[in-house]
Design a protein. Structure first.
Length: 299
């Protein structure tokens, strides 16, 4: 496992899994790691979505420049399988819902734009170097491992469910909801939420798919059912038994009304099925993690 020191937690790495601390933008570091461990496949993920419009250079540096450096190292070391963590944000304002894998891509922020650049890059790298890839478009990864030992711990939290759970953990007074005038039933943004353990299994299935078929592909990972911000807050209230006060704030730029995925292709081609079917179960798994790790991995 490769992890950036600034954003990772060595405590989350299971026993027996080798950990290398460094950055995918550092070619010398990658050469050293690949020569040492000789991996057959690479997974990569950069999913920070704060500052969608205020810091485009960081997104291009990580999602484009970092991916180029990583792919150059993979080609040099003859690593033939790559799973790329893409995003629902490549679709921008979707033409229909749920969003199909082949639907129009028109990002409205640098995060989605740079992920789409990386997806397009992979097509050309495959033609030139026969590197097989799968792009997994996440629609809000969330929740925590069933053991309660692996969960989200970010220095600057941006994900909705952990932010909401900070209220019953007495880490914040209230949760802010950014906009209640969207074109949705209750006026707040609707998103598709998928448990991290279900997403992890999709990565395994993706490698198996490439090895078995020799075919690259792209898949949306969602539930086909979206939940509004207010519905997520209500689910957290139900799970925690806490009132969780909420306050409406102005919209954030670059937020579509709704992003919900049609995952039929992943189900048919990969045999992927979600095990966490209700938003309450997803929130409950996250709540279990936060209760057992009130100060994150530093506890």
């Amino acid at each position: 496992m490769i992890c950036r020191q600034a954003s990772g937690h060595k405590e989350s790495v299971p026993a027996g899994v080798p950990l290398e601390v460094g950055n995918i933008k550092d070619r010398a570091f990658l050469d050293s790691v690949f020569a040492k461990h000789k991996p057959d496949a690479v997974f990569v993920s950069y999913t920070v979505v704060a500052g969608l419009l205020s810091d485009p250079l960081s997104y291009y540096e990580n999602n484009v420049s970092g991916t180029v450096t990583l792919l150059q190292a993979m080609v040099a070391h003859e690593i033939k399988y790559f799973v790329f963590s893409s995003t629902a944000a490549i679709f921008g304002y979707p033409e229909k819902s749920p969003i199909g894998d082949a639907d129009r891509k028109s990002p409205i922020n640098p995060y989605g734009e740079t992920k789409l650049v990386a997806e397009n890059l992979l097509k050309w790298v495959e033609q030139a170097h026969d590197l097989k890839y799968v792009c997994l478009r996440y629609f809000n990864a969330c929740g925590a491992d069933a053991s309660g030992e692996i969960g989200e711990d970010h220095a600057d939290e941006t994900h909705l469910i952990p932010l909401i759970l900070q209220v019953p953990m007495d880490k914040r007074e209230k949760i802010y909801i950014f906009g209640d005038d969207y074109n949705t039933p209750d006026g707040t943004c609707i998103r598709d939420y998928v448990h991290v353990s279900d997403i992890a299994r999709a990565h395994i299935y993706s490698i198996e798919h490439m090895v078995k078929t020799g075919v690259s592909n792209q898949f949306n990972l969602g539930s086909g059912k979206g939940y509004s911000v207010k519905e997520i807050v209500d689910a957290a209230r139900k799970v925690t038994g806490h009132a969780i006060p909420a306050e409406i704030k102005a919209r954030r730029p670059g937020d579509p009304d709704a992003l919900v995925a049609a995952s039929a292709k992943a189900e048919e081609v990969l045999g992927w099925k979600r095990k966490y079917l209700s938003i309450e179960d997803i929130v409950a798994s996250a709540w279990k993690w936060h209760l057992s790790h009130p100060h994150g991995y530093s506890a």
